[in-house]
Design a protein. Structure first.
Ligand code: SAM
Length: 319
């Protein structure tokens, strides 16, 4: 594979290098912001699963650097967490840890000194196996771990943005999120490939039930209750659909009409990003007269492949 082939295949990969972003993912957050104005009024933010750091760069450029330039004596607090180490970013406090562990949640909270965050973002993704059900399940667990941190640090009224995989049980996630946020949207930025099942939930106006906010909250019980309701509704829906198969339309249990319960909980879907900004699924020709290939802005600090190479060498063979 030639060194320019990824530049050809991926316009956002190329643009990221030109504009100084560590990863093409920066455009996903920027396009979500274009559609939802998520940074307006934000002073304190958390970036979960942040490495290599392009979302943290967006937070730094949108929140920290403008405050610094304006001479704000107490610029925003931005805390970023990842399993992997990250190279420093101006105005971003970096933590290395697992967001599913309570210790990490406590560390994040400790940096806010009692001040709640206005925005929590989470672009977390497990190492994808290609087994869709498993990948979707692990992704959903990451999101639920992020929600524990949200309950501890987000102020009422705040915003949560997170990556999801739109698999067959995604409606369960929506109903769980709706227990905490009255406004839940699904966004698909143009910089996210159509071929990818990823999308992003944008959850607004955080409104936890009484007793839920703060460390040690009763979130798990609430989410388990939502899951039970969801699977009961799914079973009832399947039974109703089977019973109505001959009638041509869904009938509510008891014979009434209406919308099937799970569909009633569907969330608005928004495709976001400028159409002229490039197509993530297209391959672009590069003009050899003007094209200059750039190196990535920040090479990975501790990529997994280093371990693989070391293991292979240790076993006396190459990969
Ligand atoms: N938003 C990042 C950016 O713009 O540079 C990209 C994030 S990358 C798609 C997903 C990240 O999730 C990886 O860096 C991975 O280490 C992190 N991750 C996965 N599981 C995690 C966990 N349990 N705790 C912390 N980070 C995790």
């Amino acid at each position: 594979m030639g060194k320019s082939s990824k530049d050809k295949r991926d316009i956002f990969y190329r643009k990221a290098k030109e504009e100084g972003w560590r990863a093409r993912s920066a455009y996903k957050l920027l396009q979500i912001d274009e559609a939802f104005d998520i940074f307006s009024g934000v002073e304190h933010a958390v970036d979960l699963c942040a490495a290599p750091g392009s979302w943290s760069q967006v937070l730094s450029r949108k929140l920290y650097l403008p405050a610094l330039r304006a001479g704000n004596p107490s610029p925003p607090t931005i805390v970023a967490v990842d399993l992997q180490p990250m190279a420093p970013i101006e105005g971003v406090i970096q933590l290395q840890g697992d967001i599913t562990s309570e210790a990490t949640a406590k560390q994040v909270i400790s940096h806010f000194h009692g001040q709640p965050a206005d925005l929590v973002v989470c672009d977390g993704a497990p190492d994808v196996t290609g087994l869709h059900d498993l990948d979707e399940y692990v992704q959903a667990q990451l999101l639920l771990a992020a929600l524990s941190i949200v309950c501890a640090v987000l102020r009422p009224g705040g915003t949560f943005v997170a990556k999801i995989f739109r698999g067959k049980d995604v409606a369960l996630l929506y109903s769980q999120l709706k227990m905490l946020f009255p406004e839940v949207y699904v966004a698909k930025p143009k910089s996210s490939r159509n071929s990818s099942i990823e999308a992003f939930v944008v959850c607004r106006r955080f409104d936890p039930p009484p007793g839920l906010a703060g460390p040690g909250c009763a979130l798990q019980a609430l989410l388990a209750g939502a899951a039970e309701d969801y699977f009961l509704a799914a079973a009832a829906e399947a039974a109703a659909a089977a019973a109505a198969a001959g009638a041509g339309s869904w009938q509510a249990p008891g014979g009434g009409g209406g919308v099937p319960p799970l569909l009633a909980r569907a969330v608005p879907f928004l495709s976001c990003g400028d159409l002229s900004g490039g197509d993530a699924d297209r391959t672009y020709d590069l003009d050899p007269a003007t094209y200059v290939r750039l190196e990535p802005v920040q090479p990975p600090t501790a990529p997994n492949y280093k371990t693989a190479i070391a293991l292979a060498k240790g076993a006396g063979g190459g990969l």
